[in-house]
Design a binder for this molecule. Structure first.
Ligand SMILES: Nc1ncnc2c1ncn2[C@@H]1O[C@H](COP(=O)(O)OP(=O)(O)OP(=O)(O)O)[C@@H](O)[C@H]1O
Length: 266
């Protein structure tokens, strides 16, 4: 597998009004093409900061992000991002179809292709009938599915998700988790998923990267060797799942306590 995303010695220091906050000290990892990696860490660990650097929305203080061999210096064309605040990420005065269509127009795609991509994406997230609705007429979970459809229609090479299900109820969240895994499996999009939820990271990922508390570095990198087909009830009940969950949990505890990772030790 070739590397899709490379994060090399990334450092981010915020400086404002004479205050200096070292959010990220030194992060290095690579994500292979087609991989599904989750990023977890305690609150304030710099997960959002890392994601903004990946998305080209924030300039690192040192180090770099390389996407498909090219350094990221601004929002890259091959990347789509889904944020937690779906309410704010959709335009209320545009219909669902128009919301999904907008980035495709900006990409300069011809009308016919755009229509096809929008329809396919709506079907993929099971919102085939909601194209003419306005976002505010939909439930929170449906709005987040629109945001996912918009990202998928864009045909990104890399999909970044920043705690996308934090604001939806538990049942909707489980459905959306399965939707994201299905889309990843069917479309092969390299996916980076930021969450503070340990169970979610193990259930979703093929790999979980555990970040330390700020100033941040990578504390543990856990391969999730669960079967590709996952089930909300049976997968979560397996001993393998429990073991992986415990390891990531220990990593987070280490992060909070400022210890080096003891994760591999039973
Ligand atoms: N614009 C900013 N200016 C100054 N400091 C900032 C800024 N954004 C974030 N920080 C600081 O950087 C550190 C990391 O913040 P960040 O939001 O990236 O963490 P996080 O892991 O996403 O947190 P959470 O899980 O609570 O959302 C925190 O100490 C935060 O206060």
């Amino acid at each position: 597998m070739t590397d899709m995303v490379e994060v090399r010695n990334l450092k981010k220091v915020y400086e404002s009004q004479g205050r200096r906050i070292e959010a990220i000290r030194d992060i290095t990892f690579t994500v292979a093409r087609g991989e599904f990696a989750c990023i977890v860490g305690p609150s304030g660990a710099g997960k959002t900061t890392l994601l903004k650097c990946l998305a080209g929305l924030l300039k690192p203080t040192a180090g770099e992000v390389v996407l498909e061999g090219s350094p990221v210096t601004g929002p890259p064309l091959g990347m789509a991002v889904v944020f937690q605040e779906y309410g704010r990420s959709l335009f209320p005065w545009k219909t669902v179809r128009q919301n999904i269509d907008l980035p495709l127009r900006q990409k300069g795609l011809p009308r016919e292709k755009r229509d096809r991509l929008v329809s396919e994406a709506l079907t993929a997230v099971d919102l085939g009938d909601a194209g003419r609705a306005y976002p505010w007429q939909l439930s929170g979970g449906m709005q987040q599915r629109v945001a996912i459809a918009r990202a998928v229609a864009y045909e990104p090479h890399v999909l970044l998700m920043d705690e996308p299900f934090a604001a939806v109820d538990a049942q909707t969240r489980a459905d959306l988790e399965d939707l994201v895994r299905t889309l990843w499996r069917d479309l092969g999009i390299t996916t980076l998923f930021v969450t503070h939820d340990i169970d979610e990271s193990v259930y979703l990922g093929e790999r979980v990267i555990v970040l330390s508390a700020s100033p941040t570095h990578v504390l543990d990198d856990v391969r999730i060797d669960l079967p590709t087909e996952r089930n909300q009830v049976t997968t979560r009940a397996t001993p393998d799942f429990a073991e992986l969950r415990a390891r990531v949990h220990r990593g987070i505890q280490d992060a909070k306590a400022g210890r080096p990772a003891t994760g591999a030790v039973a």
